[in-house]
Ligand binder design. Structure first.
Ligand code: MF3
Ligand code: CO
Length: 242
């Protein structure tokens, strides 16, 4: 998990550095594909349920699962990069939203709140707490900040498969029960935050998820290891901007 996480985090950082005006989203995908292969790993997303690329690139009002293509990034865009790598039998999964050149103050605040909501959840990511303690902390922080959490997509266990139990919602969801956190569990915690209302729609390409109201959206995700103390960030974000 540590080896997979390291490669995945480095792929996210590489993709983030490429977020500049004039770059196409497929150029980012190509660079990530080659990087992951160069590390003796496989892109987890490629061909996952038919997904056609190694990375998801979701721009502005796109929430998640944007498919890389000929779209050219422009100054002022916010760009969510989500990537997974499979190494020696295990997956890493992580995401972050990056600024393309200068962005609005509102966009900066959205990115910052989304990132911080992950760290608010992380305070409860240790043995002795339960999954909904993480969910509640994320939701409370986001909603106090005047934004909304997406309901239809959630964090998850990660390991030999990219998506494992338990689900880790970014809001309190009775249906998911109250699983206990135990040392040794590996989770992908991933708030998706809309500047406007929580509602989303899926485009006709079958993948791209957008905000229903056209508002901006941001995403932040790390794979983490639960311990009896501080959680370990398997996809170390320390190299990212801010
Ligand atoms: N990274 C996403 C997640 O966090 C999954 C991407 S779906 C894929 O769960 F099709 F792009 F792989
Ligand atoms: Co994930």
């Amino acid at each position: 998990m540590r080896r997979a996480g390291k490669i995945t985090a480095a792929a996210r950082a590489l993709a983030g550095e490429m977020v500049t005006p004039g770059v196409t989203t497929q150029e980012i995908d190509q660079a990530v594909y080659h990087f992951i292969k160069s590390q003796g790993a496989e892109p987890s997303f490629l061909n996952y349920q038919g997904y056609p690329a190694s990375v998801c690139v979701s721009v502005n009002d796109e929430v998640i699962h944007g498919i890389p293509g000929k779209r050219v990034l422009r100054e002022g865009d916010i760009v969510s990069i989500d990537v997974g790598a499979f190494k020696d039998g295990f997956h890493g999964d992580c995401a972050a939203t990056f600024a393309c050149g200068e962005i609005s103050e509102e966009a900066k605040r959205l990115i910052q709140v989304t990132r911080q909501s992950f760290f608010e959840g992380l305070k409860f990511a240790r043995e002795g707490y339960r999954v909904p303690d993480i969910s509640r902390a994320i939701q409370a922080y986001v909603e106090q900040s005047g934004f909304s959490v997406v309901r239809e997509y959630v964090g998850h266990g990660v390991g030999r498969k990219m998506h494992e139990a338990p689900e880790v919602p970014n809001y309190v969801e009775e249906r998911c029960g109250r699983p206990r956190l135990l040392r040794g569990m590996t989770l992908a915690v991933e708030p998706m935050v809309n500047a406007g209302k929580a509602g989303i729609q899926v485009l006709k390409d079958g993948w791209t998820v957008k905000t229903a109201d056209g508002s901006l959206s941001a995403h932040y995700e790390n794979s983490i290891l639960i311990t009896d103390g501080e959680p370990e960030l398997l996809t170390d974000p320390s190299g990212l901007p801010e």
